[in-house]
Ligand binder design. Structure first.
Ligand code: SF4
Ligand code: SF4
Length: 174
C-alpha cells in the first residue's frame, strides 16, 4: 500500500477533510467495535513500521502528557536531578489533579527527536494507540490528530478503503 508521508499534505487534508472525517466517525460509531479493531490493528501493524517518527515529532509538539510518580522519579534520576527540582521545573498539576508535563511542545523534544527516549513516559510510548482495543471508543481523540500524525492519517485513509466507505457531501443546492 502506498503511504503519504508529507506532513504538509497531511496537515492540509486535516483541514479539507474535516466534514468527511466527521461523517466517517459517525459511520464508525455504528459499526461493531471488535470488527473494526481487527482491521485497524492489521493496518497499524503494516503502516507503523513504515513511518519514520524521527522525521515527524508532531505528537511531542501537541500532546498533553500525563506522568506517573514512578515515571517522574525515573526521569529525574536519569537527569541526575532531585525529584523536587525536576518536578518544579518540568511538571505541573492539571485541572483534574493529574501530573502533566508543563510545556507543549514537550521540554525533551529536540530536532524532532526525544532526548530522553529510553525514559519517556508511558503515554508517549502508547501514542497513537491504534494497537489498543476499542478504536471506536476513542474516535474523537484519535481524529484530533488526523492532520498531524502520519500513522493516524494513513490508517484512517486505508480504513475508509477497506470498508468501501464513501463520503456523501451535504447537498448544498437544496
Ligand atoms: S518525553 Fe520524549 S517522547 Fe514524550 S512527548 Fe516529550 S519529547 Fe516526546
Ligand atoms: S505524530 Fe505520529 S508519526 Fe509523528 S512522531 Fe508522533 S506517533 Fe510518530
Amino acid at each position: 500500500m502506498k503511504l503519504t508521508h508529507q506532513l504538509n499534505v497531511i496537515e492540509q487534508a486535516g483541514t479539507e477533510k474535516e466534514a468527511e472525517n466527521y461523517q466517517f466517525r459517525q459511520f464508525l460509531y455504528q459499526q461493531n467495535s471488535a470488527d473494526i479493531d481487527v482491521i485497524v490493528h492489521e493496518l497499524d501493524a503494516a503502516i507503523t513500521p513504515q513511518v519514520d517518527c524521527t522525521a515527524c515529532g508532531n505528537c511531542c509538539q501537541s500532546l498533553m502528557i500525563n506522568v506517573t510518580p514512578v515515571e517522574n522519579e525515573r526521569l529525574a534520576s536519569h537527569l541526575q536531578m532531585p525529584v523536587a527540582e525536576f518536578t518544579q521545573q518540568y511538571i505541573e498539576t492539571s485541572l483534574q489533579g493529574d501530573m502533566i508535563v508543563n510545556t507543549i511542545p514537550c521540554h525533551f523534544l529536540q530536532n524532532k527527536c526525544c532526548t530522553v527516549y529510553e525514559y519517556r513516559f508511558q503515554e508517549c510510548r502508547t501514542f497513537p494507540g491504534l494497537h489498543l482495543p476499542d478504536f471506536t471508543g476513542r474516535l474523537f481523540s484519535t481524529f484530533m490528530h488526523y492532520g498531524r500524525c502520519p500513522i493516524i492519517y494513513n490508517v484512517t485513509e486505508q480504513l475508509k478503503q477497506r470498508l468501501q466507505w464513501q463520503y456523501q457531501p451535504a447537498d448544498t443546492d437544496s
